[in-house]
Design a protein around this ligand. Structure first.
Ligand SMILES: *Cc1c(COP(=O)(O)O)cnc(C)c1O
Length: 463
């Protein structure tokens, strides 16, 4: 039996304890009766070692980048150097009180200013605000700046924002929350924004365009110079979703591509452990045009997620100007290596050189035959768990029905990539032989296949 098959309540044994309290010199003091519980507290009675094993086992039921390779596309699950944690946890930073007088927190202000300058140098923006606490929050902030830019000029007709069909779901969602109307622009067969399809969409009612470059297929939008020219000529602005900044670090700057406003996901590109909802930081940078509308002060209530900003600053200073440039080429090399190694087993809809990530469209031989359904992308993802790997992003982007989006990042060794490739090939062979092996996966994980809809709509978060 595995230890985690039992709840800690089931390990409880009446009268067993894991602690002893020191005696008090003050004697016993009775609490007012209205503060007392009406019934005894139902707590498990266990020894110290049971408690330690309980929490240690729980920690191992979770998958993290510290336990294994995590090729989740669009999320940049790179290894996060432990020195960052040490710095963020330093009592002189962690112990700061948000309401401390400004003259006592000069060091923290220096970190914020230093990070602002570093990010401006990396992106070609003028300044950043650290108000937003996630990428999506940054998108909303950036779009509000875009709207303000137009309104300040008395231009009230610009109510539309153009979003490519390959965009991350947060892009149209943020535009909708901002009260803008979303106009979709199609991608061509090469996976890039179709400039000819864009032209007729531009006009005096367009506030701007939101783009990710490289886009969510991991492809560099090579026509970005032409797109920027067209959008600016039409009076619009360009918003850059910086979640995919990793492959461009120190090489290419959104500001030089013509973008006016952008966000960065510090928790992705600049190394903060993430997943499961936070903490994040989505600073928004602006170029010359939008600079007058940037909010002062540049940090949110209680100075944003300062710990994330510290980690990002430590990461940038540690790598320095020279080594920051290494992340992109290495991440790009890793992605292309996996793509080329697996394209005989998995359908590769766009065969060109990718940047940091790429998308397969399911298995080439999914094992479907008379009376037997083939293995899907979901089945491949579940089977990977049996082999100790986190699944890639699946069914996103929406351009392909069986999308399987892989982003290895720059931090994995060749041996890890080779092992992952071998496992992916093995899974493809299993599917061809007997897809039922995959249909039943995972076979070794603590939880098999939950009913995903029920699990999402009615999560049971406690026993
Ligand atoms: C992650 C991501 C976002 C949203 O960022 P959050 O920090 O999760 O809010 C937006 N766009 C792209 C392309 C992303 O990968």
């Amino acid at each position: 039996m595995r230890y985690y098959d039992k709840l800690i309540f089931e390990l409880s044994h009446k009268g067993r304890t894991g602690y002893s309290l020191p005696g008090s010199s003050l004697g016993k003091v009775a609490l007012p009766s209205e503060l007392l519980r009406k019934s005894p507290l139902d707590l498990p009675e266990v020894s110290e070692v049971d408690v330690v094993r309980h929490y240690t086992n729980l920690s191992q039921m979770n998958f993290g980048v510290d336990t294994g390779f995590y090729p989740l596309g669009s999320c940049t699950m790179k290894y996060n150097p432990k020195i960052n944690e040490e710095i963020a946890a330093h009592p002189l930073f962690a112990g700061l009180h948000p309401l401390q007088p400004a003259e006592t927190v000069k060091g923290a202000q220096e970190v914020i200013d230093g990070l602002d300058a570093a990010l401006a140098a990396i992106t070609g923006m003028k300044h950043f605000t650290f108000l937003p606490c996630a990428g999506a929050h940054g998108e909303l902030t950036g779009l509000m700046l875009m709207r303000e830019y137009h309104l300040a000029k008395g231009d009230t007709a610009r109510v539309k924002v153009i979003v490519p069909d390959s965009a991350h779901g947060t892009n149209p969602a943020s535009a909708a929350v901002c009260g803008l109307e979303i106009v979709e622009v199609k991608s061509g067969a090469d996976g890039l924004v179709d400039v000819e399809a864009l032209k007729p969409l531009l006009g005096p009612d367009v506030a701007g365009i939101m783009m990710t470059n490289p886009n969510t297929l991991g492809l560099f939008e090579r026509q970005i110079g032409e797109i920027a020219k067209l959008v600016h000529e039409a009076g619009g602005l360009l918003y850059y979703d910086g979640a995919n900044m990793n492959p461009l670090l120190g090489k290419v700057r959104p500001g030089d591509m013509g973008f006016d406003i952008m966000h960065l996901n510090l928790h992705k590109t600049f190394s903060t452990p993430h997943g499961g909802g936070g903490p994040g930081s989505g600073p928004v940078g602006v170029g010359e045009r939008v600079l007058p509308y940037l909010r002062i002060p540049q940090t949110s209530g209680f100075h944003g997620n300062f710990g994330v900003m510290l980690r990002a600053y430590a990461y940038i200073l540690m790598l320095g100007r020279e080594h920051v440039k290494m992340a992109g080429p290495l991440a790009t090399l890793s992605a292309n290596y996996i793509k080329e190694s697996l394209k005989d087993c998995y359908k590769l809809p766009i065969p060109t050189v990718c940047k940091h990530e790429f998308v397969f469209d399911g298995l080439i031989n999914d094992g479907a035959r008379e009376g037997k359904a083939g293995a899907t992308t979901l089945d491949v993802a579940k089977r990977l768990l049996d082999y100790g790997y986190h699944a890639p992003t699946i069914y996103f982007p929406l351009l392909f029905h069986q999308a399987l989006m892989i982003e290895p990042t720059e931090t994995e060794s060749l041996e890890t990539l080779d092992d992952f490739i071998a496992v992916m090939k093995k899974i493809a062979a299993e599917a061809a032989e007997d897809p039922d092996i995959l249909h039943g996966a995972p076979h070794n994980a603590p939880i098999g296949r939950p009913d995903e809809t029920t699990a999402a709509r009615n999560p049971i978060l406690k026993a």
